[in-house]
Design a protein around this ligand. Structure first.
Ligand code: ZN
Length: 115
C-alpha cells in the first residue's frame, strides 16, 4: 500500500488485520483486546509513547511559532493565548492522536515477525 492509502486508513482507526473491526475502545485510544470481526488480539500491541512524542514534536514545532507570530502582530493578553492555543492544541490532539496511534499499530502489524 502507498503512504497516502495507509494514512487514509489510519484516520478510520480500524483493525490492521481485517480492516473492518474497531481498533480502539470507545472514547479512548487504547486498542481493544480483540477485534470484533477477525478476533485478532489487538490488545497485545505496544506502541509505547511513540504517538505522543510525535505529536509533541509536530505541535510544538507548529503551534509555538504561530503563537509567537500572533503575539508579535496583535499582542493579545496572556489569557487569550492560554485559551486560544490551549483550545487549538486540544482539538488537534483529539483529531490527530488516534490517527497517529492507528498508523503506528498498522506498521507494527505489517512489519512484525510472523509467528
Ligand atoms: Zn480485525
Amino acid at each position: 500500500m502507498s503512504l497516502f492509502a495507509d494514512l487514509a486508513f489510519a484516520l478510520k482507526a480500524r483493525c490492521p488485520v481485517c480492516r473492518e473491526g474497531r481498533l480502539f475502545k470507545p472514547w479512548s485510544v487504547d486498542p481493544v483486546d480483540e477485534c470484533s470481526v477477525c478476533h485478532a488480539r489487538l490488545g497485545e500491541t505496544d506502541v509505547g509513547d511513540g504517538a505522543s512524542v510525535f505529536l509533541i514534536f509536530l505541535l510544538g514545532a507548529t503551534i509555538v511559532p504561530l503563537a509567537l507570530v500572533v503575539d508579535h502582530f496583535f499582542s493579545p493578553p496572556l489569557w487569550v493565548h492560554a485559551v486560544l492555543w490551549g483550545s487549538v492544541m486540544l482539538g488537534l490532539i483529539i483529531v490527530i492522536l488516534p490517527a497517529v496511534k492507528s498508523y503506528i499499530i498498522l506498521l507494527e502489524y505489517r512489519h512484525r515477525p510472523k509467528r
